[in-house]
Design a protein. Structure first.
Length: 133
């Protein structure tokens, strides 16, 4: 890590410990170019945000370009929002990360979801085709 990253990470830790406006700090920290700050922001949000606010936050973080941040969000959703995670897992079937697609298939398999049909529908929709029956 460069010295700038070390300084920003130290400043982030100090800000979290001393901030009375955690939710504002969380929103700002999600824009950080530092991956570890964004990952820690997800952990802090999980600890401090109300469930409704947390779910909205996690859905936004599922767009992060780093798969381990998206993975952390999915695990939190599985733990805290089992009734709402189904569509997130469906969307994850089409994630660019192989390991996240595998994770989605693993959890959807137990729910009775027809994963093959989802892939076929997506392929047909992408190519504007009609299914052959």
């Amino acid at each position: 890590a460069s010295s700038n990253q070390k300084i920003s990470r130290a400043a982030f830790r100090i800000a979290i410990k001393n901030s009375s406006k955690i939710s504002e700090l969380i929103q700002v920290s999600t824009q950080s170019p530092d991956i570890l700050i964004r990952l820690e922001t997800v952990n802090i949000a999980n600890k401090y945000l109300s469930d409704e606010t947390l779910f909205e936050f996690l859905v936004k973080c599922l767009l992060d370009k780093y798969s381990f941040i998206r993975r952390k969000c999915i695990y939190i959703c599985l733990e805290k929002f089992p009734q709402q995670v189904h569509q997130i897992l469906i969307n994850t079937l089409f994630d660019k990360s192989f390991s996240l697609r595998e994770l989605a298939r693993f959890y959807l398999k137990d729910s009775g979801e027809n994963i093959q049909k989802r892939y076929q529908e997506a392929l047909l929709n992408k190519n504007n085709l009609t299914p052959i029956v």
